[in-house]
Design a protein around this ligand. Sequence first.
Ligand SMILES: [Zn+2]
Ligand SMILES: [Zn+2]
Length: 395
Amino acid sequence: MRQSRPSVNALSGKQDEATNPPATATDDTVAARSVNTPSGPRVAATHVVAQERTEGPERLPREMDAWVVARPGPMGTHPLERTRLPVPTPGPGELLVWVEVCAVCRTDLHLAEGDLTPRRPRTVPGHEVVGRVAALGPGTAGPAPGTRVGVAWLRSTCGICRYCRRGAENLCPSSTYTGWDADGGYAEYVTALADYVYALPEDEPADKLAPLLCAGIIGYRALLRADLPPGGRLGIYGFGASAHLTAQIAIAEGAAVHVMTRSEAAQELARTLGAASVGGSAGVPPEPLDAAILFAPVGDLVPVALAALDRGGTLAVAGIHLTDIPVLNYQRHLFQERTLRSVTANTRADGRRFLELASLHRPRVTTTPYPFDAADEALRDLATDRVDGAAVLFI
Ligand SMILES: [Zn+2]
Ligand SMILES: [Zn+2]
């Protein structure tokens, strides 16, 4: 399935394949097996056994396996293409990261299907990367080769605009994004700016860390925007990958969490994770809420959630997209100083703080593994809601 494991001179980071001995193959063992689903048997990569990497590659190859968005369109039209690309060269301030796993985010699906306009042709998607530093670009001080790092959605900001200067880099008009403005993690190697990668613990499996890098961080930003007071009452509307991580952090920090969601499986998961109450998607929680987060991209739920807020409560809308919000009634939905807010991307400080909390509270992360060869299948399964938790590619 895979070519022999590439290796690299971790100290020099030189791509000197010709002068080094052949790559030593410490191959991951990646096995696919057939599984039965309600819609019939399919060949799915649901069983992946990967050897843990504990250090960087010994020698860099010149080329690598990668997936690119070749023709954006519905997943049935095969928008992704498997290809070979040159191993990228890290620029000033950048790292070359040897990708271990990359989680699959719904944004990858939006990019593959063309819902998000491509910013450049044939881009490698993927922005929840766990890997190890393989080489440093010119002038990059660290982290040292072999260090485990996370590469996330926010690739760069300008650092000088009014938003960046006041600590709101998530609003930077010149911000760029991994897997959209630059090649991402559906590949053996990816470059990232050293200042934008996250330190990651060594004692967690890579596939359990990867979903934290987008679903987790963005959910945490939404929790901050919801202004939940200590020990407060939090309502969560919609209970997918991001919500289930956010709920666990809030509960661990002492909140009473009320979950409103349609799917029975999600309701069951919410109960298991310690929700104080669980109800239908537009259900009324058993007590007024100090704060609420709307994860479901459904504008009709905005007045529902606002009406459930106590005096002075805040509703944060977590998604990039939301269907139209119906007419609000000032008395029922906003008076008594209730607040409605949006959430836009995240700052690096949000990411670092969330990863610290995740290390402390160890939220349960549900994942479905896929081998690298099945990236398109992972996205097809995500499009048809056949993924349990977060899909994760083992590169
Ligand atoms: Zn800026
Ligand atoms: Zn994402």
